[in-house]
Design a binder for this molecule. Structure first.
Ligand code: ADP
Ligand code: 5GP
Length: 210
């Protein structure tokens, strides 16, 4: 019996450490595929087209919408963000666990299209720690940090829609918790009906002495 690839959504407030946790997860295990989104926002210093995002103009993005090239897309603080369909389909077909690091509207859209998807919300151990991490990362101004914390208040209203809460306190423990949750999801009974039926047939044939 082979484990089946799971579609995994990971969300969390800016500065929680999602990127750090995902990078570590991917470096430890080769069964994961991280989807790269398309966006109309400008690249930040150090970001590379095709690595962090596929950077698109509004026109290019809208053409992709028209051609039905996204699994989901959302408008977030004045920019489009979307998950390209092709990569997700290809990687799932290969049995990989495909990770989408997306915000809440996209997460809920995925859950309604793919009820078997696993939704993880990565949380900081406390608001103080979140602020320390955002400040410590040093990529945003004080003003942007305040805006992001204000946005966190809005995003926090939808956390109950996720399947699991994962606290990113000690990095190593968080990475292993995420790994265990994703691995377990692949063995959920509701997803293994064909295997169970197969096993049942084999056992009854065995019992009959065939
Ligand atoms: P996100 O992708 O959620 O916006 P990042 O991965 O960029 O967050 O992490 C924000 C900051 O917090 C970074 O400076 C990162 O090194 C730090 N960080 C991430 N996880 C931990 C952790 N478990 N313990 C301490 N610092 C962490
Ligand atoms: P940022 O601009 O900080 O890179 O991302 C802003 C928000 O957009 C983050 O919450 C991120 O998870 C989310 N995001 C990134 N890609 C996608 C996507 O393809 N779809 C959706 N719905 N959200 C995305």
């Amino acid at each position: 019996m082979k484990k089946q690839g799971t579609l995994v959504v990971v969300s969390g407030f800016a500065g929680t450490g999602k990127g750090t946790v995902m990078k570590e997860l991917l470096s430890r295990y080769d069964s994961y595929a991280l989807s790269i989104s398309a966006t109309t926002r400008n690249p930040r210093p150090g970001e590379v087209d095709g690595r962090e995002y596929f950077f698109k103009t509004k026109e290019e993005f809208e053409e992709m919408i028209e051609k039905d090239e996204f699994v989901e897309f959302a408008c977030y603080v004045g920019n489009y963000y979307g998950t390209p369909k092709k990569y997700v389909q290809e990687q799932l077909a290969e049995g990989k666990d495909v990770i989408l690091e997306i915000e809440i509207q996209g997460a809920l859209n995925i859950k309604s299209q793919f009820p078997d998807a696993l939704l993880l919300f990565i949380a900081p151990p406390s608001a103080d720690v979140l602020k320390q991490r955002l400040v410590g990362r040093g990529t945003e101004t004080e003003e942007v940090i305040e805006q992001r914390l204000a946005r966190a208040v809005e995003e926090s209203k939808g956390i109950e829609n996720y399947d699991y809460l994962v606290v990113n306190d000690e990095l190593d423990e968080c990475v292993e918790n995420v790994h265990q949750m994703i691995q377990s999801a692949g063995w959920k009974m509701s997803r293994r009906a064909a295997d169970v039926e197969d096993l049942r047939t084999q056992i009854s044939a065995f019992a009959k002495g065939e």
